[in-house]
Design a protein around this ligand. Structure first.
Ligand SMILES: *Cc1c(COP(=O)(O)O)cnc(C)c1O
Length: 229
């Protein structure tokens, strides 16, 4: 993939995000456009930042550590991949939001590491909206209780929800997620914000925005197909 292609992709996707936002009566700047960086070379990521990308998403701790010093300074990075508890210590303090918190034991480890550094770590809870065995994430039924447990943790702050819906030709999972997000907001759980709904990837970001997403995570539509070798 060439720099020029990334610039074109960035312009096209930004325009589509703006259009989807306006269609659902929101301002384009209310929707965060995250560049998902797994397998992508740092030079290309910096091209995307030069185009206007203001947020990166990382999946793997090791890859993040290897690449982070090459990025244009000051760009915030969220963690979006499966996170093992024993790796939390390597990313804490450097990551804006850990979006992939999927169980209480992981939140407890984040609490422990954040407490040591005396900082607050923002997180999203990952919801398995499709109920798929193959995917991690909290089931919608268990969400309120988990939020109440996490509210007790002093150094962990919930900012919203994240999901990876099953591939689907209809929008029922996106709609279910929007309903869950709004319902959870109404619960007004102490020390819990329902501000961010992180939903939508290369194939469904415009639809996701229609169903209330305000953070889309885009990889292949921006950088081209991934090469895992
Ligand atoms: C890889 C990945 C994305 C981006 O996927 P694309 O379909 O390439 O846009 C988004 N979210 C998560 C959690 C991912 O792992």
């Amino acid at each position: 993939m060439e720099n020029k292609q990334v610039q074109e992709n960035y312009a096209r996707i930004s325009a589509e995000i703006a259009e989807a936002a306006l269609k659902s009566n929101r301002k384009p700047e209310e929707i965060a456009f995250m560049a998902v960086t797994k397998t992508v070379a740092p030079e290309l990521i910096n091209t995307a930042i030069s185009c206007g990308i203001k947020l990166l998403g990382e999946n793997r701790v090791q890859e993040y550590q290897a690449k982070k010093d090459s990025y244009i300074q000051g760009i915030p990075v969220d963690f979006i991949g499966t996170l093992q508890s024993n790796k939390v210590k390597y990313i804490i303090g450097n990551i804006r939001i850990i979006q992939s918190v999927n169980k209480f034991s992981l939140a407890q480890e984040i609490e422990r590491c954040a407490g040591k550094l005396n900082l607050q770590q923002d997180i999203l809870l990952e919801v398995n909206i499709g109920g798929e065995d193959s995917k991690s994430g909290i089931s919608p039924e268990n969400l309120p209780e988990l939020l109440l447990q996490i509210a007790e943790l002093e150094h962990v702050h919930v900012k919203g929800l994240m999901t990876i819906p099953p591939p689907s030709s209809d929008t029922s999972f996106l709609q279910a997620m929007q309903e869950l997000f709004l319902k959870t907001k109404e619960l007004q759980i102490p020390d819990t914000e329902m501000q961010i709904l992180s939903m939508g990837m290369s194939d469904d970001y415009a639809q996701a925005i229609k169903f209330g997403s305000n953070l889309v995570r885009i990889g292949s539509a921006l950088f081209g197909a991934r090469n895992y070798r």
